[in-house]
Design a protein around this ligand. Structure first.
Ligand SMILES: Nc1nc2c(c(=O)[nH]1)N[C@H]1C(S)=C(S)[C@@H](COP(=O)(O)O)O[C@H]1N2
Ligand SMILES: [Mo]
Length: 385
């Protein structure tokens, strides 16, 4: 693939957008909240990446089914992703059973099954939470990241009802496993072992509703786990069972598969040796807008910040390896970090050239493992200053 070179969004690139998503579509100026009165939006610059799969539509099916969310159209203040555009890491099996219940057992005094009726009766609004796949990366425009509004039942509540025993330090959550289905890209079956403390602290819940409607099959219907703040691999879909297990339980194959992507050190022998698979505070640009202001080109970087336990607005951006860090101009401090924050920054490059946009959090108390390794860097070619 030849380097397509820098270009503005025009008729040609617009037509290509269906197959080359990084030639991002033009954003209508009317959609932009902070449109400067003295400026005119000319278009959106593509990031410098190899063309990847198309966005916002479902590709493949079953365990190989995927959907990548187009982040380049995010607007300031935008809270959630429409369900049809919410990324899909593994699509539903056509063989999900019609009659569903979630068993709660293991080290409990009153093992029992919760049918959907009971789960629905116990359901309460559970907040706005994002999911990010730990394997999210720039080959899919970081499009394995979406936010929804959820409703469900606290896992702790179900464990209490089943009378979880004092010696059950850990909890195994298991999802539907369709072993009959061949797959090229996934290990079938998904389950994860959490410490009870972690599950409680994260206020994890079994979701039955998403964006005001019942879960869709591809997002885990009829019931899935959401562990706020953790990577998606822990958010088991099509949950069939919750089991209280002893502290010497061995890790599941899913935990082992996602070991390095959840920042584990080495190969922990027991589930309890795994570090919480949490997302650190991080950020990435989602588009570069080119404007005409006072007769000159001007650029605006729009991006998204998410992850971490501590709300912050100490985001800084750098455009060259030896350049200065500058505070991101418009970075609202979120009230909670379970969803995302859209930020923006006006940028006047001094000369044409290739720029690597790097972000950091100017607060040593905030852990940023992926920002530290330049995981979310995006590159853009500027021809016009
Ligand atoms: N049963 C089951 N649950 C699963 C998976 C799976 O393959 N099977 N994939 C996990 C992964 S890796 C991610 S990133 C999230 C994605 O959730 P989504 O497809 O609703 O976006 O689901 C998780 N839950
Ligand atoms: Mo994932």
């Amino acid at each position: 693939m030849a380097d397509p070179g820098p270009r503005l969004v025009g008729r040609r690139t617009f037509a290509r957008a269906a197959t080359a998503p990084f030639a991002a579509a033009l954003v209508a100026p009317s959609l932009l909240r902070q449109e400067p009165a003295d400026g005119q939006l000319l278009g959106v610059l593509p990031f410098r990446v190899r063309p990847g799969p198309p966005f916002d539509r479902k590709l493949g099916s079953g365990l190989d089914g995927r959907l990548f969310t187009d982040l380049s159209t995010l607007q300031p203040g935008q809270g959630v992703t429409d369900t049809e555009r919410f990324f899909i890491r593994t699509a539903a099996s056509p063989r999900l059973p019609a009659d569903w219940s979630v068993s709660v057992g293991g080290l409990v005094t009153r093992p029992q099954s919760f049918n959907l009726r009971t789960l629905t009766d116990l359901t309460v609004p559970s907040g706005t939470h994002l999911i990010e796949c730990s394997g999210n990366d720039d080959s899919v425009g970081f499009g394995m990241l979406s936010v929804a509004e959820w409703a469900g039942v606290q896992v702790g509540h179900l464990l209490d009802r089943a009378g979880v025993r004092m010696d059950a330090a850990h909890v195994l959550v298991t999802g539907f496993d369709d072993e009959s289905e061949p797959t090229m890209t996934s290990i079938p079956g998904a389950s994860w072992i959490f410490s009870r403390d972690d599950l409680e602290r994260a206020k994890s819940f079994l979701a039955v509703r998403m964006n005001g409607a019942p879960l869709t099959p591809d997002h885990g219907a009829p019931v899935r786990l959401i562990v706020p703040g953790w990577y998606g691999c822990a958010c088991i879909k099509w949950v069939t069972g919750i089991e209280a297990v002893p502290g010497d339980a061995v890790p599941t194959s899913q935990m082992r598969e996602y070991r390095s992507r959840t920042h584990q050190r080495g190969t922990p022998p027991l589930a309890r040796d795994y570090e919480a698979a949490v997302i650190d505070t991080t950020a990435t640009p989602v588009r570069i807008e080119k404007w005409l202001r006072r007769g000159r080109p001007a650029y605006r970087v729009v991006g998204v910040m998410w992850g971490g336990p501590t709300p912050t607005n100490a985001l800084q951006i750098r455009f060259a390896a030896n350049g200065p860090w500058v505070a991101v101009e418009d970075c609202p401090r979120p009230t909670s970090t379970t969803a995302w924050t859209v930020w923006s920054h006006w940028w006047q490059p001094a000369e044409p050239g290739r720029y690597d946009l790097v972000l950091k959090v100017a607060d040593p108390a905030i852990r940023t493992r992926r920002l530290d390794i330049f995981y979310y860097v995006r590159t853009v070619d500027i021809v016009d200053v």
